[in-house]
Design a protein around this ligand. Structure first.
Ligand code: DQA
Length: 137
């Protein structure tokens, strides 16, 4: 089973960005652990701060992979393009957020991704990604 985690803008700074909200672990370290915890899954990771690169990656994997786990970060709340890309692909997508976006500013309450995904996991810290992976098994 081939699954990709796609992270959007500023998530390359996990571990040093707003650690009170996002924790102090880097995604690279967390990803190493995920690979150990889910040995049967062929797991890939892609991060970009650029909207078009995220759309290109979604299109590239979205007709052949078994799953996409997407944290579009700030683009969640702004990007019609990423929402449309998720709608266009056939690979099931799980939307993930580290923080509980509904307990934060109101602009974080709307998602252009949510209407087009299989499910949503929000607010469990980095564990949100593991829960999303679990849902594919
Ligand atoms: C986030 C929540 C977004 O509102 C924010 O812009 C992020 C991270 C999360 O994982 O909690 O960058 O997607």
């Amino acid at each position: 089973m081939k699954i990709i985690i796609i992270n959007g803008p500023n998530l390359n700074l996990l571990g040093k960005r707003e650690t009170d909200i996002y924790g102090s672990e880097t995604f690279e370290d967390y990803f190493k652990q995920l690979k150990i915890d889910f040995p049967t899954i062929e797991l890939e990771y892609f991060q970009s701060n650029i909207e078009g690169e995220l759309i290109d990656k979604i299109q590239e994997v979205g007709f052949s992979y078994d799953g996409v786990i997407l944290n579009a970060a700030a683009y969640t709340h702004t990007s019609v393009g990423i929402g449309d890309a998720i709608k266009a692909i056939t690979t099931p997508t799980i939307e993930v957020h580290i923080s509980n976006t509904f307990s934060r500013e109101t602009f974080r309450h709307h998602s252009f991704i949510s209407p087009n995904v299989k499910g949503i996991i929000i607010g469990f810290g980095m564990k949100s990604y593991a829960l999303a992976l679990q849902s594919f098994l």
